[in-house]
Design a protein around this ligand. Structure first.
Ligand SMILES: NC(=O)c1ccc[n+]([C@@H]2O[C@H](COP(=O)([O-])OP(=O)(O)OC[C@H]3O[C@@H](n4cnc5c(N)ncnc54)[C@H](O)[C@@H]3O)[C@@H](O)[C@H]2O)c1
Ligand SMILES: NC(=O)c1ccc[n+]([C@@H]2O[C@H](COP(=O)([O-])OP(=O)(O)OC[C@H]3O[C@@H](n4cnc5c(N)ncnc54)[C@H](O)[C@@H]3O)[C@@H](O)[C@H]2O)c1
Lengths: 207, 207
């Protein structure tokens, strides 16, 4: 199965190609793609040939064709239904983040236990009481949950979501470990790891 | 030079080993490390031997020794001075994130242009007016900036920080591109890419 870093680069190629497509660029070289994304040109060529795209020596790749091809690989074959649980600072920042708009998913529901938030719309999305999570997630067929609650609320939120019976994946930012049934995929995000990586490279790599 | 994904795994091994060290575990196999971190055991063995650690067949690795070794590779040879610019929802969520505590760096200053925030302490850190950024960053010798301002404020914030003369790296969350001198390293973070990766793997990889 395909490696995570490769998928990450695929997403980045897609976004860059969309931009080049919007700028009506006709061709782009692996060199230029590499420079714009901070990758080696050889890595770019290796990835693209893995996905069946061979560039033309001295010219590069046909932007439109590459864009359509990668778009097809990543394209929504369905509209994922997402719920965000824990509409605090991190949750709201994610809702406001423009790169979180996509044709492949829609955030259909928010959940919180703060009475000043539940029963209102936040960023145009209805916020429900977390007590109603199982019922609402089942009714809406929620497949993916973004978990941005405090650590001590993580497992109970997961349990309610799993009980709805439609959950397939969780993107969690909670600092506590969560346990799920085998058919639910969990991705943990920890932004501080990005800072650690930056500091490692600033330190000069291995001494 | 060492690849980013390898550094990321190194940080994850370090955190896991710290946990095992705290639990007073004596040995751990590449299999178990792999299961706990979602990696193949062969990847774990490959990484650790790259860093000079060979496990004992049928036994695994000596926790304490592995912990000290990786700790030494990642260990602070200095205390990085960090400033966070843009103390909004994302900025505050990062400040509150407990994994952002570390002995290798200290967030020494915050900057914002919101008069209700400047001149106060937020999470125990002084928040200055962004108009004073160049002077304050120079005085404090700020080396790394975490940029969590809106897109239209990104470049001007970067310019003020660069003008201080001590900046070495930027961790940016801003959606707009920023330009810096050659001696400043920029890491862009986009959390939505993590969601896209999760959806890609839920879709079942390549069709
Ligand atoms: N992984 C990362 O990179 C990262 C980065 C920043 C923050 N975090 C973590 O994310 C979490 C949230 O951070 P924050 O700054 O947004 O906190 P916050 O306190 O601002 O927000 C938490 C939200 O969850 C709600 N909540 C609490 N208990 C709940 C429950 N049982 N059911 C539903 N909603 C509930 C609260 O009402 C609030 O709206 C923290 O645990 C923090 O450590 C992780
Ligand atoms: N990269 C990612 O993964 C990611 C995720 C979420 C949000 N974001 C982005 O992060 C940015 C911040 O998001 P947010 O929800 O925290 O926004 P926010 O509006 O809550 O916070 C922005 C903060 O920046 C301050 N600010 C504005 N102009 C400034 C200036 N010139 N100098 C100093 N401070 C200034 C504001 O006063 C506020 O405190 C947005 O651009 C958003 O798209 C990125």
């Amino acid at each position: 199965r395909i490696a995570e870093p490769t998928v990450e680069r695929l997403v980045l190629y897609y976004r860059l190609l969309m931009q080049l497509h919007n700028e009506e660029r006709r061709v782009v070289s692996s060199q230029e793609i590499g420079e714009l994304l901070g990758l080696k040109a050889s890595q770019v060529r290796k990835d693209l040939s893995y996905f069946g795209e061979i560039g033309k020596r001295g010219v590069g790749y046909h932007v439109e064709r590459l864009y359509q091809h990668i778009s097809g690989i990543l394209s929504p074959n369905r509209l994922w239904k997402i719920a965000l649980v824990g509409v605090g600072r991190l949750g709201e920042a994610l809702l406001g983040h423009k790169a979180l708009r996509s044709e492949k998913f829609r955030i259909e529901a928010l959940f919180d236990n703060d009475k000043t938030k539940t029963g209102t719309e936040i960023c145009g999305i209805p916020c429900y009481d977390s007590d109603d999570m199982t019922r609402v997630m089942k009714e809406k067929g929620i497949e993916v949950m973004i978990l941005t609650v405090p650590a001590n609320a993580a497992q109970s939120s997961v349990d309610k979501a799993v009980a709805a019976g439609t959950l397939k994946g969780i993107l969690t930012f909670a600092t506590s470990a969560i346990s799920v049934p085998d058919d639910v995929l969990v991705y943990r995000v920890d932004i501080s790891v990005e800072l650690e990586k930056l500091l490692f490279f600033l330190k000069g790599g291995l001494d």
